[in-house]
Design a protein around this ligand. Structure first.
Ligand code: HEM
Length: 162
């Protein structure tokens, strides 16, 4: 016999090593699809139903936000009260930009917001309202982090005033 057998029985250690190796391989392969098939952000926030509910809540918050309504351009748009249409187009944008169906039919963020004279402060208020909505609907922390990072990334396109 070329090696010592600590377990007394013939082949005990070797069988143990083989079994442990097989287990390790099984664990690695079982984990691989979970990593490769992580659901899109769209799916994780509840698809179109989750997005419809959160956008509905967010737009209602934005429309009555007193800080945002001090911006006369925003106030004039809110006074038109086309909020159902705004919910639809914003929902479409969120669907497309979270990995859902390609349904957005509006302008670029730069073109849409350029005439609105949005300040960094107003942008912060908007992000704050987004968070309030996400908390209200119990969106997961990982998803909130991803959503907030994506929104923050749009600051340069949306903010055009001091
Ligand atoms: C940070 C991310 C933001 C996203 C993803 C976003 C998304 C959108 C989308 C999809 C539209 C429709 C574009 C179109 O009509 O073609 C839009 C328009 C609009 N957004 Fe935003 N927006 C953001 C930030 C803001 C902020 C910070 C404000 C105000 C404080 C704001 C106020 C408005 C208003 C008033 C309109 C309507 C413009 C119009 O009817 O001419 N948005 N936004």
């Amino acid at each position: 016999m070329a090696y010592a057998l600590p377990f007394g029985k013939s082949g005990g250690l070797r069988n143990f090593v083989i079994a442990a190796g097989a287990l390790a391989v099984a664990v690695i392969f079982a984990g691989a699809p979970a990593i490769a098939e992580e659901k899109s952000l769209y799916e994780r926030i509840g698809g179109y139903k989750g997005i419809a509910a959160t956008v509905d809540d967010l737009v209602d918050r934005i429309y009555v936000n007193q800080t945002l309504n001090q911006n006369p351009t925003l106030k004039a748009i809110h006074d038109l009260n086309e909020r159902a249409a705004f919910k639809l187009i914003l929902g479409a944008w969120v669907m497309e930009n979270t990995g859902g169906p390609k349904v957005y039919f509006g302008r670029t963020m730069g073109d849409a917001h350029a005439p609105l004279n949005i300040t960094n402060r107003e942008f912060d208020v908007f992000l704050h309202e987004c968070k309030e909505t996400f908390y209200k609907f119990n969106v997961g922390q990982k998803e909130i982090d991803e959503l907030m990072a994506a929104l923050e990334g749009l600051r340069k396109e949306v903010v055009t005033a001091n």
